[in-house]
Design a protein around this ligand. Structure first.
Ligand code: TRP
Ligand code: SF4
Length: 336
């Protein structure tokens, strides 16, 4: 007898190439979890369009980029299923049904929606943007996912998803599953500027596709302890961005680096070179896999098509149950 694995669903908005912050915050964990769970990774292109609807071409390029980053990072298309949100229209159907009983004020008061609305300078906002957490609830529940690995900022969306699922199951029939979140331990990585989190728009990141020389040059620009002027000045690793990265990417040497920095026995130039070497070693296998996909661009498209088709079957089966529960299954008995 085979014991069926619990199902994971997670996803990203395709807003640009993925960087080290994405890798430590979620991607590395997904690569690991794909062997323990039945994994679905959704590229949330419609969700990204709620703020980028004026730039569909950019979105399309980013979708292919993100898919290539996933594969390069080690998501195995034979194990995990990668799918494109817009091409599972059943998600949008379910979102419409969820929107029937979800109140506008609940969405307005969602802390993540509020933060993002402020970031975009929205006063009034598009209906689709305000409602994207409903669509995200549909992403998750249409696949009957048990677990959703996400960052802390997604907790309000998870709470909404559970609320919607409970309401649906009460109103109609217990068809949907209440999912749990799996919060990543590294929720954010500081940017090279040391000020904010690593992000493409702040231009303070190292991308997974950056070549070794680029990584080395970027690490050189990273903010260190400003009080260290000469090589043997005692340093303060706790305020140094480079040290933060050593903690995440070079755990084995962290104590030694901390000690030597405080004693003033290593210089920042050498310390940065060491970090760049460690990062490049970690990125090397990703670049090797990426090269294969870049030589065969059709391969990525095929993987996305196959993954989306597989996911769509599951979504369609859930929707049969949903329509039946809602008494909307007008033609299913007669037509088949
Ligand atoms: N909102 C998520 C983000 O901005 C992306 C996302 C869309 C997602 N649908 C999802 C995450 C479903 C988890 C599950 O990163
Ligand atoms: Fe930062 Fe390393 Fe310089 Fe210390 S030696 S301040 S940890 S870069």
């Amino acid at each position: 007898m085979t014991i069926s694995k619990e199902r994971i669903l997670t996803g990203d908005r395709p807003t640009g190439p993925l960087h080290l912050g994405h890798y430590v915050g979620s991607l590395a964990n997904r690569v690991k979890l794909q062997h323990e769970y039945e994994s679905y990774i959704l590229i949330a292109d419609v969700q990204a369009l709620t703020t980028h609807f004026e730039h569909p071409g950019e979105l399309r390029r980013n979708t292919m980029q993100v898919a290539t980053d996933y594969l390069a990072a080690g998501l195995d298309p034979g194990t995990a299923t990668i799918l494109i949100q817009s091409r599972v229209p059943e998600i949008h159907e379910l979102a419409m049904y969820f929107s029937l009983f979800t109140m506008v004020n609940v969405l307005r008061h969602n802390p993540t929606v509020k933060t993002e609305a402020a970031q975009h300078g929205f006063n009034d906002m598009p209906y689709g943007f305000l409602g994207y957490p409903i669509s995200q609830s549909a992403d998750i529940s249409i696949f009957k996912a048990h677990l959703v690995p996400v960052g802390e900022d997604q907790i309000p969306h998870m709470e909404l998803t559970r609320k919607i699922v409970r309401r649906f199951n009460d109103l109609y029939r217990p068809v949907l599953i209440e999912p749990r979140e799996l919060i990543s331990s590294v929720s954010r990585l500081v940017g090279l500027d040391g000020k904010a989190k690593m992000s493409k728009s702040l231009n303070n990141g190292i991308f997974l596709q950056d070549q070794p020389a680029v990584v080395e040059a970027k690490v050189k620009t990273a903010v260190t302890d400003p009080q260290r002027i000469r090589k043997n000045d005692p340093g303060h690793p706790e305020i140094c961005t480079v040290f933060t990265y050593h903690k995440v990417f070079n755990a084995a040497e962290v104590e030694e680096i901390e000690h030597d920095c405080r004693q003033g026995t290593i210089g920042c130039v050498a310390c940065k070179k060491n970090l760049a070497d460690k990062l490049n070693r970690m990125l090397e296998p990703m670049h090797e896999r990426r090269a294969v996909y870049e030589q065969h661009p059709d391969l990525v498209a095929d993987i996305l098509q196959t993954g989306t088709a597989k996911a769509r079957k599951i979504a369609a089966a859930t929707m049969e149950e949903v329509r039946e529960a809602m008494q909307l299954d007008y033609f299913s008995k007669h037509q088949s």
